[in-house]
Design a protein around this ligand. Structure first.
Ligand SMILES: [Zn+2]
Length: 337
């Protein structure tokens, strides 16, 4: 075992995870700096517990510029009463709190991308300390974990809840049952570009049920995307048996990302002109977007074409694109339920 794993976390919770009732408090992370010698990062946390039952861990703003999670979770923390629940709900609406406050994907303190920092280090950067606390102190309490994401400022997604293919097929089935219960308009069997260091992988490796989302993006949340986040959270809590009643499940379209052909990355910089919008069907060879060099007129655009049949599931948001940016994601529709 790595030595760091034996070290105590510097984070102190002001809530008692074993107490019944509702508690609003903080995870206090010491952060000594120029404007506050003995200062701390104060990460809001809410614990609601009553009776017997499982524990759900609900997290938002793992990336600081993704807003559906925080919007739904600050609301739930305010609205849920202990008398309604059997079990325990741990809500951290803004997990990478410094990034959330800055409105940026990564932390302004250490540039840490929290969802590439797991399992974290108790003696690492601020971001690594948050990851370590989640890994060693929050996930072990949970039976089911829901981590909200969207596209942030640079991507926009069809609204979907997602789980991953897992080596343990029983666990995988429980994860996809939870995705179905979340009942977003789309449900995804998700392929990760870069799974190392993710909260997802950490929770899954501990054998827990894990659901993630991509519910929109473009640096904001809409009334519709917040509603999806709110309803999905309540549905998941009903599915887990923490809230009474059955999940309110409408129709969903199941999507798959079958191979790396679903991703298109820009190889050129320029002005991006999309030829299709989110949800539009594309066939192999169709133009997804033209990228125009912007230095002079009279230069043909570079066409980026679909490498597979499917629907446009994600797209680059800013009007200008750089080499290496993710231009689009295509997903295949496998089922409508
Ligand atoms: Zn994210």
């Amino acid at each position: 075992m790595h030595n760091a794993a034996l070290r105590l976390s510097p984070i102190t919770p002001s809530v008692d995870f074993d107490a019944k009732g509702v508690q609003h408090g903080h995870l206090r992370l010491p952060y000594s700096r120029d404007d506050s010698a003995w200062g701390s990062v104060m990460i809001p946390i809410c614990v609601i517990a009553n009776g017997e039952g499982p524990t759900a861990l609900l997290t938002g703003a793992n990336h600081g510029d993704e807003y559906e999670g925080p919007a739904a979770l600050f609301e739930l923390a305010q609205a849920l009463a202990p008398s309604e629940i059997s079990g325990r709900i741990i809500i951290v609406p803004a997990l990478n709190y410094p990034a959330f406050r800055a409105g940026t994907r990564t932390s302004p303190i250490d540039r840490g991308n929290l969802n590439r920092s797991f399992p974290g280090r108790p003696d690492g950067t601020v971001t690594e300390k948050i990851a370590d606390y989640v890994t060693r102190h929050l996930i072990p309490l949970a039976d089911i974990a829901l981590d909200f994401h969207s596209g942030g400022r640079t991507l926009d997604f069809l609204p979907y809840a997602a789980a991953h293919e897992l080596p343990d097929k029983n666990q995988e089935a429980r994860c996809f049952a939870a995705v179905a219960a979340f009942a977003a308009p789309f449900s995804m069997k998700m392929l990760e570009i870069d799974a190392v260091g993710m909260l997802d992988t950490t929770v899954e490796d501990m054998g827990k049920v894990f659901v993630t989302t991509e519910l929109g993006g473009a640096g904001t949340a809409t009334a519709r995307s917040i509603e999806i986040a709110r309803n999905g959270s309540l549905n998941l809590l009903r599915h887990a048996g923490i809230l009474s009643g059955e999940p309110d499940v409408g129709s969903t379209r199941w999507l798959d990302m079958p191979s790396s052909d679903c991703f298109t990355f820009a190889e050129d910089e320029g002005l991006i002109a999309f030829a299709v919008d989110l949800g539009d069907a594309v066939r192999t060879g169709d133009i997804i977007a033209n990228v125009y060099p912007v230095g002079k007129t009279g230069v043909a655009p570079i066409a980026y074409r679909a490498a597979m049949d499917g629907v446009l599931a994600a797209r680059h948001v800013p009007g200008l694109i750089k080499a290496g940016d993710c231009l689009s994601v295509i997903a295949t529709v496998t089922e409508e339920t």
